[in-house]
Design a protein around this ligand. Structure first.
Ligand code: NAD
Length: 474
């Protein structure tokens, strides 16, 4: 059984329970990690609490230097980390390299932007007074992450937390805890103060223990809406700050005047990247009547070109799904849609965890596949009478992570960017898209508490203090 990383040391867990980690690529057990218990969590949080002062007293330049050391570790071990992500999660190897590259390239956005997280000097309404603001950390931060981006998703929150002097207790997903050991080793080899970064592995119960600990003042959670809402309730009892990034049901709208081939390519990539297991994956296509039939044909043709198979092979587009549980939900959505009149135009069969990407037409907005997160390599297409109906269907969702529109009309592009209820809108580009320097996050039940990415992430992890100095009237 692996160890935990607490207070600057690799230590045995108090818990005797372990979690076997299996590879979706082969189905074989590749390692066992502790299912950390309440004592393990309390020990990690106590270490974070002790490190609070030291981390805070470091300058932002010194904290940025620590993050540079961490990034250096990722650069030196990039091949090993990328192969490890594919082995434990199943995504094609080129996608794993996209993930490692993203983290390596964006490290500056956190450490070095942390140096530039200036406060404001504020004009006072009274004479002889000097007023300003400064950003301050909250305190010990729980970073709880999902399995679909085991390096990138926790990486952004961990970098931001350390840059802004919030000590971290990291609880990775139980399906993909092995990448987390690289993150912990990177900190172990850095000059970060003992206790400023801690790793506890385990399942949902370990996460719940962490969230319930009163010393945790900030929770950066990425995962399902259901779990995020449960965490928010616990945190509300003591007013701990929550940054929540949750599920989505992202639409791509295609209008009559769109470039069909380009729209189809963006849809096929958006629906099938990481076997459809992306929070901002393309979960719905809404096509207006004049383009619908041609678009469906093109999406089917391009989907049939995807290579499903061994994710370590360079030519593979779609690897195995992460688990039976996740694949089951995909089958259930497709079956329900077919039972209610939708047609599977291609794919939909599975062999083990390998699922043949599916395209469905005749989908209506009330089907589960059009309302609930599917999280699989499936493209459901809904026909809308016109542009206004397409916008109405797109917004008729409890989610609002990202959305995209394909059109040749500048007026429609601006109008839709304004009307779509989503944290990000992309025109003539897939919705399954993120930019390093753009904020990332959801409207409605897709997220709250701030945004991921560059300066927004740093701001979400700090509270603003107002300071006023009376230098004359006393
Ligand atoms: P999940 O919610 O089941 O688990 C996420 C994490 O929370 C895991 O580490 C899990 O162990 C932990 N957890 C579970 N129950 C808990 C509890 N009661 N208290 C504290 N922690 C608990 O999600 P998942 O299956 O790992 O990931 C898939 C989901 O994540 C999808 O809904 C997807 O949309 C979402 N996601 C969102 C984003 C985003 O940025 N919006 C990014 C990636 C994934």
């Amino acid at each position: 059984m692996r160890e935990l990383y607490i207070d600057g040391e690799w230590v045995d867990a108090e818990s005797a329970e372990g979690i076997d980690v299996d590879s979706p690529v082969t189905g074989e057990i590749i390692d066992t990690v502790p299912d950390a218990n309440a004592q393990d969590v309390a020990r990690a949080v106590a270490a974070a609490e002790r490190a609070r002062q030291e981390l805070r007293e470091m300058t932002a330049f010194e904290r940025a230097a620590v993050l540079d050391e961490v990034t250096e570790y990722f650069e030196e071990h990039e091949d090993e980390i990328a192969r490890g992500i594919t082995e434990e999660e199943g995504k094609p190897i080129h996608e794993s390299y996209d993930e490692t590259e993203y983290v390596i390239n964006s490290s500056d956005d956190y450490g070095h932007d942390g140096i530039r997280l200036f406060g404001d000097v504020v004009p006072s309404e009274h004479r002889g007074r000097f007023a300003y603001t400064q950003h301050e950390p909250y305190g010990p931060c729980a970073v709880i992450s999902p399995w679909n981006f085991p390096l990138e998703v926790p990486g952004g929150s961990i970098y931001s937390a350390i840059a802004t002097a919030n000590p971290v207790v990291f609880k990775p997903a139980e399906e993909t805890p092995l990448t987390a050991y690289h993150i912990a080793e990177a900190f172990a080899q850095s000059s970060v103060p003992d206790g400023a970064f801690n790793l506890v592995t385990g399942a949902g119960g370990t996460g719940a223990e962490l969230v319930a600990d009163e010393r945790i003042r900030l929770i950066a959670f990425t995962g399902s809406t259901e779990v995020g809402q449960e965490i928010a309730k616990t945190a509300a009892e003591r007013n701990a700050q929550c940054l929540l990034e949750m599920g989505g049901k992202d639409p791509i709208l295609v209008l009559d005047d769109a470039d069909v081939e380009h729209a189809a390519a963006s849809i096929v990539s958006g629906s099938n990247w990481n076997a459809g297991q992306v929070c901002c994956g393309t979960e719905r296509v809404i096509a207006t009547a004049g383009v619908h039939d041609a678009l469906v044909e093109e999406v089917v043709d391009q989907t049939e070109e995807l290579v499903v198979g061994d994710p370590f092979e360079a030519g593979t587009n779609v690897g195995p799904m992460v688990s039976d549980r996740i694949q089951q939900a995909t089958h259930e959505h497709v079956d329900e849609a077919v039972g209610r009149g939708a047609t599977v135009r291609t794919g939909g069969e599975s062999e083990g965890l390998y699922y043949q990407p599916a395209v469905l037409s005749g989908v209506t907005a009330d089907m589960a596949i059009a309302r609930d997160e599917t999280f699989g390599p499936v493209t459901p297409v809904i026909e809308a009478a016109d542009y206004d109906e397409a916008i109405r269907i797109a917004n008729d969702s409890k989610y609002g992570l990202q959305a995209a529109l394909f059109t040749d009309s500048l007026e429609r592009a601006h109008d839709a960017a304004n009307r779509l209820e989503a944290g990000g809108v992309f025109i003539n580009e897939t919705n399954n898209y993120w930019e390093r320097l753009l904020p990332f996050g959801g409207y409605k039940q897709s997220g709250s508490g701030g945004r991921y990415g560059s300066k927004w992430h740093l701001e979400a992890m700090t509270q603003t203090k107002a300071v006023m100095m009376n230098y004359r009237d006393y």
